[in-house]
Design a protein around this ligand. Structure first.
Ligand code: ADP
Ligand code: MG
Ligand code: MG
Length: 913
């Protein structure tokens, strides 16, 4: 560990720069970087993340060298700002700000106006010639310090905090609406009342020594790294707890000195839909978090600032351009205007919706600002975000109807695109409780404003609606990142948490009532408005829109062309006959998994006959009835896939999925009907069903074990596949190379047994039809034994496909169907970071896969290997599959664009490694 713990910035030079992000956190590194490119930033210093690590490793104490280093940097800060901390003539005030390596907006703490007491407040008033400002700063300080450092948190969910309550009362008493309207005298009284409240709640006096205040704040900021909401946030975004936060101590500048002052947040381009132009929110005569907290609805920078503060707007616009050129990305900035001069307080790469991500990335390549590789990187477009382009919107006809029916109740600021409909819910805790009861519940979280406490509820809700706040409020920011539909600043809503109602335009909407929100336009409707597919879907699938009619589709298409140029991993679909067309539209290069049993679900009588058969002859007769249906399905599938490879898996699930006690119970006539078909008694049917019951069906008689005991099933399926291949060849003279896949193989002998039947059928069909065709026979690798003996299995198997659902289940010994009961606990308590059925457990299951690949290719060096588990559509897993040298991933059709992008990202990452 180096022992430089403190990095000064100010006076046109900084100890650090953007490359020191891990040490200084994003905020600290970028404050230094902005100083280095000559932007106006108040001086200060950053205490490194190493101090945070030390703090937690050493019982919440600081390294002994820290004090001297802080004092040295403090002196430099005072010199740079021409003021002195704690001085009774020319007092310097400080802010103390958290800032981790990855931005965690609003999750950790910040304290402003440090250094105020009865003496310095008087000096500040005199110096600024503004008493109200000085007392306003002091009351803000007590409020923040009391909450953050002295932990005076609200007691009940519907309570405002202690200080808000006192403030509210004061405003009522004074007959004003906003705190900026309070007089110096009233603010001074407020400070007295705040202090009394601190004493009453904590039993302690509010600290008056500036140094004590500063160290208290530094401790609290480091302490906030481990607060509940920060931990929840890190789990959701996979940020390691070990990173720690830095603490930035910085000279205050003031946006609350009068009407030539302001504070604001802005974006150098639109991050909701991705258009150009500086935009954001500001408040005149206000400080710090007033804007983000959504206490007053702010004004729009691009609308009123050019007129209201033309000089400041010009400075901002220039700063924005300089920042984009420097960082080569859209910036999200925080600034304060003090007496007409703009001060930069923060910059970072802006969070954006999936829409904006695609559009901005493509536009920036076309502007020559970034390369295609950068545009495609996971930092610019997280692969999962493509999902948003595929998400539903309101059906325009239904929406017009809703408007005509007068169900539109309000309009707010469109902050997260998409359409959502759900039941009104006011509190995150309620949302969690409802979700617990019914995971499919559709909710719209309605809040006056959101705070980081609401994160859990926001995650569950379909959409978020707030009454206050602008496009950069907490609600907007977090929704954008989560890809949630969101409307903010819907000021017509009068939300009453106490009675659990929304009053709007004479109507009352109760908790649990349905509402619908349009995150593209900001419109709010009562009741349910039906949704329909997105523009990209309309162009690709329903073809109701032409490509040239949709700007977002054109960007999507451009992007996907680059994606396909960059990637080497192929992407196939898990699809049967009905999904094949969709899969092709999304860019599937083949079918990686056709589950034959899915085709059986429309021929249940025949399959039940097959199951009930007690001798080979009866079974063969039943199986033959299934043959034409299967052949027909395969022929259609091959036709749609038009020469692309198609992997068909032979029957996999345990037979009682088709016929069990449960079925007989649910359908009282079924037993009699089956008895008739089989020419036997109801008792005989029930006895057979009883025989088939397994206590652990996932590990029972399924997969190739069925085909081994009942070879006539395998023979029929193989024959259907090959007859379909012949049919296509004869009709269309098209080449189709079917890949027959044997499931759940553990022993080489199992594989050989089944492959022999398949080859025998191939030979027979070729002879009967007089047609020669190519085909492959291969296997799933989904049992640990198969991965471990892949060298033997590859003696005969011509391809492998990892079935990672079963491989995860059997490697971890965790049942796919029963892990829901504890996985949440595991994740929340950091037992395992991810759901292993969503993201491949790379260290365990992944190691088996690597072994399977190297053993298999040791025997057969050109062995084609893919993956067809659900993981095939998970970006992190796709990247892993690229790294271990698979040829393709296969996933559900709607995940194909995501898998393609993830595959490109993997290839680019490898190139740049
Ligand atoms: P967060 O990470 O939650 O955004 P910040 O540390 O950025 O917290 O602080 C929030 C806000 O406080 C800033 O956007 C800014 O408006 C205000 N602020 C922080 N430091 C200063 C400062 N030195 N002078 C004036 N305002 C400040
Ligand atoms: Mg900030
Ligand atoms: Mg399986």
């Amino acid at each position: 560990m180096s022992n430089k713990y403190v990095y000064f910035f100010g006076d046109g030079k900084a100890d650090g720069d953007a490359s020191l992000r891990n040490l200084l956190g994003g905020k600290g590194a970028n404050l230094a970087e902005m100083i280095n490119i000559d932007l106006p930033v108040p001086a200060g210093f950053t205490i490194t993340t190493e101090v945070c690590t030390y703090y937690y490793d050493n019982d919440r104490t600081f390294p002994p060298e820290l004090k001297a280093q802080v004092e040295e940097s403090m002196k430099k800060t005072e010199e740079a700002m021409g003021a002195k901390f704690g001085c009774t003539e020319n007092p310097l005030l400080l802010s103390c700000r958290s800032g981790a390596r990855e931005s965690m907006p609003g999750m950790m703490d910040t304290v402003l106006n440090i250094g105020l007491n009865e003496d310095t407040v008087a000096a500040l008033a005199k110096q600024a010639n503004n008493e109200a400002f000085a007392w306003d700063s002091y009351r803000r300080f007590i409020q923040m310090y009391g909450g953050v450092v002295m932990e005076m948190k609200p007691q009940k969910k519907e309570d405002e905090d202690y200080f808000e309550e006192i403030l509210h009362h004061k405003k009522q008493e004074a007959g004003v609406k906003f705190d900026s309207e309070l007089t110096a005298k009233q603010l001074e009284e407020l400070v007295g009342e705040y202090k009394a409240c601190v004493k009453k709640v904590t039993g302690k006096d509010f600290p008056t020594d500036p140094m004590e205040q500063m160290w208290g704040a530094i401790g609290a900021v480091f302490g906030s790294w481990m607060n509940d909401r920060a931990m929840v946030y890190r789990r959701q975004y996979g940020i390691p707890h070990a990173w720690g936060t830095a603490t930035n101590v910085q000279a205050m500048v003031f946006g609350n000195l009068g009407d030539d002052c302001a504070t604001g947040v802005g974006l150098t381009r639109d991050c909701s839909m991705g258009g150009g132009g500086f935009n954001g929110d500001y408040l005149i005569n206000a400080q710090g978090e007033d804007v983000v907290a959504g206490i007053r609805t702010p004004k729009r920078i691009e609308v009123t600032l050019p007129e209201e503060m033309p000089e400041a707007f010009k400075q901002l616009d220039e700063i924005g351009k300089k920042l984009e050129q420097h960082y080569k990305d859209v910036q999200d900035i925080e600034f304060t205007v003090q007496r007409g001069k703009v001060w930069m307080l923060q910059t970072r790469n802006a969070k954006r919706t999936g829409f904006a991500a695609v559009r901005l990335a493509v536009d920036m390549v076309n502007e020559g600002l970034i390369t295609k590789d950068v545009a495609l990187s996971a930092k610019r477009i997280p692969a999962d975000d493509l999902n948003q382009l595929l998400q539903p919107i309101f059906d325009p006809a239904e929406k017009t109807k809703a408007v005509e029916n007068g169900t539109q109740i309000a309009t707010g600021i469109n902050a997260g695109p998409g359409a959502a409909t759900g039941k009104v819910c006011f509190h995150a805790a309620d949302a969690e409780a409802l979700h617990e009861k019914d995971p499919n519940v559709q909710l719209i979280l309605v809040r006056r404003e959101t705070s980081p406490e609401d994160l859990r509820g926001m995650r569950i809700a379909q959409g978020i609606l707030t009454a206050f706040g602008g496009a950069s409020s907490h609600a907007a920011l977090v929704s954008r990142q989560m890809g949630k539909v969101c409307i903010v600043g819907c000021s017509d809503l009068d939300i009453d948490y106490h009675d659990a109602v929304i009053k709007v335009g004479g109507k009352t909407i109760k908790e649990g009532d349905w509402i619908s929100i349009d995150g593209f336009t900001g419109e709010v409707f009562e009741g349910q408005v039906p949704t329909k597919p997105s523009e990209v879907i309309e162009v690709l699938l329903s073809k109701t829109l032409k490509p040239e009619e949709s700007e977002i589709y054109q960007r999507y298409e451009q992007l996907m062309t680059w994606v396909d140029e960059a990637r080497t991993l192929k992407v196939r679909a898990n699809a049967e006959r009905d999904e094949a067309e969709i899969a092709v539209a999304f860019g599937a290069e083949g079918v990686g998994l056709c589950r034959t049993e899915h085709m059986f679900f429309s021929h249940l009588d025949e399959i039940r006959e097959m199951i009930l058969a007690e001798d080979k002859e009866t079974r063969t007769k039943a199986v033959e009835k299934l043959l034409p249906f299967q052949r027909e399905d395969f022929t259609e599938l091959f036709r749609t896939m038009a020469g692309r490879p198609v992997t068909i898996r032979l029957l996999d699930p345990p037979l009682h999925e088709f016929l069990s006690e449960h079925h007989l119970h649910e359908q009282p006539d079924l037993g009699h009907k089956l008895a008739d078909i089989m020419g036997t008694s109801l008792e005989a049917i029930e006895r057979r069903v009883e025989e088939l019951k397994e206590s652990n069906p996932m590990l029972g008689h399924r997969g190739c074990r069925l085909g081994i005991v009942y070879p006539e099933i395998t023979a029929m399926q193989a024959r259907a596949i090959f007859e379909a291949a012949c049919a296509i060849k004869k009709e269309d003279n098209a080449e189709i190379i079917p890949e027959v896949m044997i499931p759940l193989v553990g022993f080489e002998t199992e594989y050989k047994n089944q492959a022999a039947i398949v080859h025998e059928q191939a030979k027979a069909v070729m002879k009967e039809q007089g047609v020669e065709f190519e085909y492959l026979v291969g296997t799933m690798i989904e049992i640990p034994r198969a991965a471990l003996t892949a060298d033997q299995i590859a003696n005969e198997a011509e391809f492998f496909s990892f079935g990672t659902n079963d491989l995860t289940q059997t490697t971890l010994g965790i049942s796919r169907d029963d892990y829901g009961g504890f996985i949440g606990y595991y994740q929340e308590n950091d037992i395992i970071p991810n759901d292993p059925f969503q993201t491949i457990d790379q260290t365990g299951v992944g190691r088996l896969m690597e072994q399977g690949v190297s053993l298999g290719r040791g025997t057969r060096n050109d062995l084609k290997i893919g993956i067809c588990g659900e993981h095939g559509g998970d970006p992190a897993s796709v990247m892993f599959c690229h790294r271990i040298g698979l040829n393709y991933v296969s996933c559900s059709p709607f995940r194909i664009p995501i898998a393609r992008l993830a595959a490109a990202q993997a290839a680019i990452a490898e190139k740049n490694a």
